[in-house]
Design a protein around this ligand. Structure first.
Ligand SMILES: Nc1ncnc2c1ncn2[C@@H]1O[C@H](COP(=O)(O)OP(=O)(O)OP(=O)(O)O)[C@@H](O)[C@H]1O
Ligand SMILES: [Mg+2]
Length: 366
């Protein structure tokens, strides 16, 4: 099934969320899990949600997959309202969460998936056909007659991926799909998702993950969320530029007479310092160079030639998504959400102050 309206009309946004709020009525006081979220994801986008524990990511996914109703605001999936068009939405979406235990241990992989195919309304023969194709596609061919209870964590997650693709969704919600997987199993899950998405234009993915490199690799745009709000939206490159005003280069030369200080004096050079991971016995000198702008690099290269230093390597160092996350959220991803944690000092940095205005960012990210 392709996410194309039969009459050729333009597709509505895959996800359209406006002023979304969700509170949980628990003692001693209600928890505000989503505190006014606005978000639009286009058909065909690979979109990521990053945020610390308790930020509200799973709550948002539960609302978008019709498992939970909003307290206020609206959310639509391909134009269908999550509050009223539940059945239509369930037909065109699916969800895979990390650490899912779902399944009946005594069934085989094939039987378990076939059972789900029947829940999804596929006929008997079509069900078996799709199950067998997906079992192969996710790399579970050898385990297809094995009992679900005996699968390893990575194998179980591959089975969950197959389950998530059984109903041929337009949009796939992945809530920490590689949680607890080893490097190769996680890569295999990522490759399956990318391959599935590439098959038909318009297929859309919303991913949450605590693995920054995974988000960086997969996502075309990312929203950083905390305490039920979106702090920033943009492509990974746009988000990284928020923490980078200067140009950072990593330079290796065969020798550097006068040390990094000789470079620090050059025009346009903000700082030059030995790289922190520089090995004292290395056959070269590694320097981290911070320039006022990229154009200052020419002067550095000329000066190095004059000083008789040969360049072994020279590359621009990019800040990582983790740098962005820490700058925006004010604490590392692994840290628990903590009501007493101070907010990041917004006045210290205009970019970051702007990042705290969700409506501003929603526009900036378009
Ligand atoms: N059923 C519930 N009852 C009460 N509070 C809840 C419930 N589900 C979630 N919460 C609270 O809502 C907030 C958001 O939780 P949510 O699970 O959406 O966060 P998350 O971003 O998915 O976090 P994580 O990265 O740990 O998965 C948290 O403070 C959480 O304790
Ligand atoms: Mg969660």
């Amino acid at each position: 099934m392709s996410p194309t309206p039969p009459d050729g009309a333009p597709l509505p946004p895959a996800i359209e969320v406006a002023a979304l709020r969700r509170t949980y009525d628990v003692k001693p006081r209600p928890v505000v899990a989503l505190d006014g979220v606005d978000l639009e994801v286009a058909p065909g986008e690979f979109f990521g949600l990053l945020g610390p524990n308790g930020a509200g990511k799973t709550t948002l996914i539960k609302i978008l997959t019709t498992l939970l109703l909003p307290s206020a605001g609206t959310a639509r999936i391909f134009g269908f309202d999550v509050a009223t068009d539940t059945r239509r939405i369930r037909r065109i979406m699916n969800m895979v969460a990390g650490g899912e235990q779902s399944g009946y241990g005594i069934l085989t992989v094939r039987e378990q998936l076939w059972m789900f195919s029947q829940f999804y309304g596929l006929g008997t023969r079509e069900g078996w056909r799709r199950v067998d194709a997906l079992v192969e596609a996710v790399g579970l061919g050898e385990q297809r007659l094995q009992r679900v209870s005996t699968l390893s964590t990575g194998q179980r997650q591959k089975m969950n991926m197959a389950r998530g693709l059984l109903n041929d969704p337009w949009i796939l919600f992945l809530d920490e799909p590689t949680l607890g997987l080893d490097v190769s199993a996680a890569r295999s899950i990522r490759e399956q998702v990318l391959a599935w998405k590439a098959e038909i234009p318009g297929r859309t993915v919303l991913l949450t993950t605590h693995y920054m490199a995974e988000a960086d690799e997969l996502c075309e745009r990312i929203a950083i969320v905390d305490r039920g709000r979106i702090l920033a939206i943009g492509t990974p490159a746009e988000l990284k530029r928020r923490v980078q005003r200067d140009s950072i280069f990593r330079l290796a030369v065969d020798r550097l007479d006068g040390g990094p200080a000789a470079l620090a004096r050059l025009p346009g050079v903000v700082s030059a310092a030995l790289a922190s991971d520089h090995a004292p016995d290395a056959q070269h000198v590694a320097v981290n160079l911070v320039l006022r702008e990229d154009a200052a690099l020419g002067g550095v290269v000329t000066a190095l030639a004059r000083m008789g230093s040969q360049i072994r390597s020279l590359g621009k160092s990019e800040p990582t998504l983790e740098d962005v996350f820490v700058a925006l959220v004010g604490r590392g991803l692994a840290d628990e959400a903590d009501d007493t944690a101070p907010l990041p000092p917004s006045e210290a940095d205009d970019d970051l102050a702007a990042a705290h205005a969700p409506s501003h960012d929603a526009e900036a990210g378009r």
